[in-house]
Design a protein around this ligand. Structure first.
Ligand code: NAD
Length: 484
């Protein structure tokens, strides 16, 4: 008897318990060797007063088994509840989210018969850091954080995934025409790391045209690497294009732990009806079996699922009069799948897993040598909550507060320069960025910024935040205002 691999399981909310029951029945019938610990997460835990949605003891199980099969959960709206999915991914260091999307033409109706791509989504950074502030009556802010090590990890992972899985091309989608620093570093790292993979075709595109092409010619894509937000949105789009969001599973991989889940949510509208498609979670369990080395069971389950799809036995989300034969609920779908364990599809390509996860599970992350950069303070952006006149009024007031070393260069409102030489047509809110730069070549320190802030404070102006302006080897580490 093979030794059992300990895993942690959560049934989740909404359709979660229905599709988890289906998945565990399939795993058992396929003779997966698993030692299952069940934890409670999600809505009930949130509503019991735990704002993280997960109890302390549950972390112990996760840190012990290091493998988590998770059904979707519902994050209650409002009330300051943090997304448990984001918390789990970040706490366990699950930096890579792998989302394969494949069409099953002609057995599942789709406008895209040739589609076989894998989205590799960065899982820890970007706007999902969830650092948000309301700074004035009118203006709310969310910080987008992209790091060089975070970008290196996910981009190397994407290339390693391509090599290990015989994929030919990696496409990077970014928006660095606008976000020159954050998306700019992601793009730069893509070029740097891509050089280590001469046999893989490398393409980068602005995310808007990339998304448009994905939606019209998905056959041109293979592996796609993206930051967190673009990856989240476009993986739902890609899954839905294959026929249903209910078809896609995903792996969240870190250096020590891994979590496997369907890409969709808890679908509260259909919860309790036993009509949900369990394929996404079943496919996530196949990714998990590969991760823990149970290749034979993984192969058996996926081939039975392919055969079932071919036989036209479909849940309502993928049922179509033209191609389907029998409309079934979750339980019958599961029974029919179990009946097919050991069978292979006739037309769809059967799988035969033997080795996939070695590199999939762990990519040794080697930070590129960072050049010894010279970081020099060049000025400060002072953000004001101010509502007492025009941009020119504010500029004239601030000029009087210049110090010997720092002088007002410009003011912008929501990123557009409004002083000096602003246009009266520009709409202004109560949130002003006032850029002070050092005068000539003097060197400045935090004390000079404190002196300036003290002038601003003494003038009765309300500063709500400051951002230091640094040059790195003489290159500005900050963006210019639109029109600056
Ligand atoms: P959703 O993915 O739950 O549902 C979107 C649409 O797809 C709905 O029409 C739903 O009925 C359908 N659908 C989803 N899964 C299906 C399946 N397996 N079979 C058939 N149809 C399916 O997205 P939503 O409605 O935006 O979110 C509902 C809840 O899920 C929210 O509380 C959200 O926070 C949560 N959520 C959780 C996760 C997760 O746990 N990983 C991910 C996304 C959303």
């Amino acid at each position: 008897m093979a030794t059992k691999t300990p895993i942690t399981v959560a049934y989740g909310d909404g359709i979660g318990p229905e599709i988890m029951e289906a998945t565990l029945n399939v795993l058992e019938a396929a003779n997966a060797q698993l030692d299952i610990e069940v934890i409670e997460i999600g809505e009930k835990v949130y509503l019991s007063g735990n704002s993280a949605g997960i109890a302390h003891e549950s972390w112990e199980s996760l840190l012990k088994t290091k493998v988590f099969l998770k059904a979707p959960i519902t994050t209650p709206q409002g009330g300051g509840y943090k997304s448990l999915n984001v918390t789990t991914r970040k706490t366990l260091g699950l930096y890579a989210n792998i989302r394969p999307c494949l069409s099953y033409h002609p057995f599942i109706k789709t406008k895209h018969p040739v589609m076989d791509l894998v989205i590799v989504r960065e899982n820890e950074e970007d706007l999902y850091a969830g650092i948000e502030h309301r700074q004035t009556k009118d203006v709310y802010q969310c910080l987008k954080l992209i790091s060089r090590p975070g970008s290196e990890k996910i981009i190397r992972y994407a290339f390693e995934y391509a090599v290990t899985n015989n994929r030919r091309k990696v496409t990077c989608l970014i928006k660095d025409n606008i976000m020159k620093l954050t998306d700019g570093i992601f793009h730069k790292v893509f070029h740097e790391i891509g050089e280590d993979y001469p046999d893989i075709e490398k393409v980068s595109m602005i995310v808007d045209i990339g998304a448009a092409r994905l939606a019209t010619t998905p056959e041109d894509f293979d592996v796609i690497v993206m930051e967190n937000l673009y990856g989240d949105i476009l993986s739902d789009v890609a899954a839905q294009m294959t026929g249903s969001v209910g078809l896609a599973g995903s792996a969240n991989i870190g250096e020590q732990c891994a979590m496997f889940e369907a890409i969709h949510g808890s679908a509260p509208q259909i919860a309790g009806k036993y009509i949900a498609n369990p394929s996404g979670l079943i496919k996530a369990s196949v990714l998990m079996l590969n991760h823990i080395g149970q290749f034979e069971v993984a192969t058996k389950i996926e081939n039975a699922l392919l055969k079932l799809i071919e036989d036209g036995i479909h849940t309502p989300d993928i049922f179509n009069e033209e191609v389907s034969r029998l409309k079934v609920g979750t339980r019958q779908f599961t029974e029919e799948l179990i009946d097919r364990l050991g069978e292979k599809p006739g037309s769809l390509r059967a799988v035969n897993y033997t080795h996939v996860p070695k590199k999939l599970a762990k990519v040794n992350y080697i930070q590129r040598e960072t050049i010894d950069e010279k970081k020099e303070l060049a000025g400060v952006d002072i953000f004001l909550d101010w509502n007492s006149g025009t941009a020119n009024d504010l500029g004239n007031e601030l000029k009087k507060l210049n110090t010997a070393k720092l002088s007002l260069l410009m003011i912008s409102n929501r990123g557009v320069k409004v002083y000096p030489d602003g246009l009266p047509q520009t709409f202004c809110t109560d949130h002003w960025r006032c850029r002070f730069k050092k005068v000539n070549d003097v060197s400045i320190s935090n004390s000079d910024i404190i002196e300036l802030l003290s002038n601003v404070n003494n003038a009765g102006l309300e500063f709500i935040k400051t951002e230091h302006l640094y040059d790195f080897n003489g290159e500005p580490g900050y963006s210019l205002a639109q029109g600056e």
